[in-house]
Ligand binder design. Structure first.
Ligand code: SF4
Length: 366
């Protein structure tokens, strides 16, 4: 659920629908219990409550979901328990309830601290609310705060991006996710682009923004560990590292994508259909895909190259019993000779040049 639909959003999210929130939470708890019957015994190392905007639900509803996970699975002693939150959907009392319920990491969808950008994106909060949300989270005892910001926004200059990022550092976050705006089909921005009503920064401006990011992150001792993610030492997102290592995870909720027992699955997106199916004890999964060994190998390489460290040749061989050379033949040496990929300490990784055209390099390896 979300308060409203942002102009760039292609995620599975639904504005409004407040009357369904309670019913949805009940259904979600039921699904969590059902999953447990299938996957007995292992306490959770990480839990990630993502969206949409989870914090449009009441804090008490969210804390009941966390309690349910604790009752049926339990958490490892140092489990990372994260939530995505949007400023303007959460106040200091809510934050305190969430912190007391065991959440120890919060990721704010700030996107920009500049009023003009927030209006352009049709975000449901303003700049002051963004700053206040972070302050309130600190006050509630969160010591692992991540901020999501976007660059390459309509009419954005490298100077404006610098100002924005500097503002983010004044909040002293532990983690930053910095995403370049991409225009996805069926969004308001896509429609505007088709009508020539969207002025996006050119490639040179994007390169300058990347340089600004690199300089400021270095200055504040943030290291880049994934294409879009930067952290202070000890604050990499453990949950997301599971995705990038292409390891398995359970997923519950409408539109949730999970990966268990070698099968990638996706649940029905529409929240009402999701509730009805759960209530009638029907299967909520609408897509199932089991990749063969080579396809899964390729997927692990492509996802793993998102990490600055790259993919471990040894781990790939241990997991799949095949090597990079066997799968890619002469294709890989060409990308290495072209300066897009390199080998370092047993890892295959993107070079700085490769990072700038990461999508193209990855498309070659799928
Ligand atoms: S808050 Fe996030 S999920 Fe919701 S509409 Fe905006 S971009 Fe989409």
């Amino acid at each position: 659920f979300c308060k409203s639909k942002c102009f760039y959003c292609s995620f599975s999210s639904f504005a409004g629908m407040q009357s369904l929130h309670g019913r949805y939470c009940t259904a979600l708890q039921k699904e969590i219990r059902t999953h447990h019957r299938k996957q007995q015994g292992t306490p959770l190392a990480t839990l990630f409550i993502g969206g949409g905007t989870p914090t449009v639900l009441r804090a008490k509803q969210l804390s009941e979901i966390i309690d349910m996970c604790d009752q049926v699975y339990g958490f490892e002693p140092d489990a990372e328990i994260s939530i995505e939150a949007n400023p303007g959907t959460i106040d200091v009392a809510d934050l305190q309830i969430l912190r007391d319920s065991g959440l120890n990491r919060i990721s704010f969808g700030i996107q920009s601290f500049l009023e003009q950008d927030l209006l352009e994106l049709d975000r449901a909060h303003n700049s002051a609310e963004g700053m206040r949300a972070v302050e309130n989270a600190r006050h509630a005892g969160f010591d692992n705060i991540s901020l999501d910001l976007m660059y390459g926004l309509p009419s954005q200059s490298p100077e404006a991006w610098q100002q924005n990022l500097e503002q983010a550092f004044t909040c002293e976050p532990e983690h930053l996710s910095l995403y370049q705006l991409t225009i996805e089909k069926e969004t308001e921005f896509y429609r505007r682009l088709q009508k020539n009503q969207l002025a996006l920064p050119d490639e040179d401006a994007i390169v300058e923004m990347d340089e600004v990011t690199e300089l400021l992150c270095e200055k504040h001792a943030f290291s880049r560990y994934e294409i879009s993610n930067y952290a202070k030492p000890g604050f990499r997102c453990r949950h997301n590292l599971v995705y990038w290592h292409n390891e398995e995870y359970l997923a519950c909720g409408a539109g949730a994508v999970g990966y268990a027992e070698g099968i990638r699955s996706k649940s029905v997106e529409d929240p009402l259909s999701y509730c009805v199916k759960i209530e009638q004890e029907k299967d909520v999964i609408v897509q199932r895909e089991k990749l063969d060994c080579e396809a899964s190998f390729r997927e692990s390489v492509v996802i793993g190259l998102r990490l600055v460290k790259g993919v471990s040749e040894h781990r790939l061989f241990e997991r799949y019993g095949i090597s990079l050379a066997e799968v890619y033949g002469t294709h890989l040496p060409k990308l290495v000779q072209g300066g897009f990929l390199e080998y370092s300490h047993g890892y295959l990784r993107l070079t700085p040049r490769g990072f700038r055209v990461a999508n193209t390099v990855m498309a070659e390896l799928v």
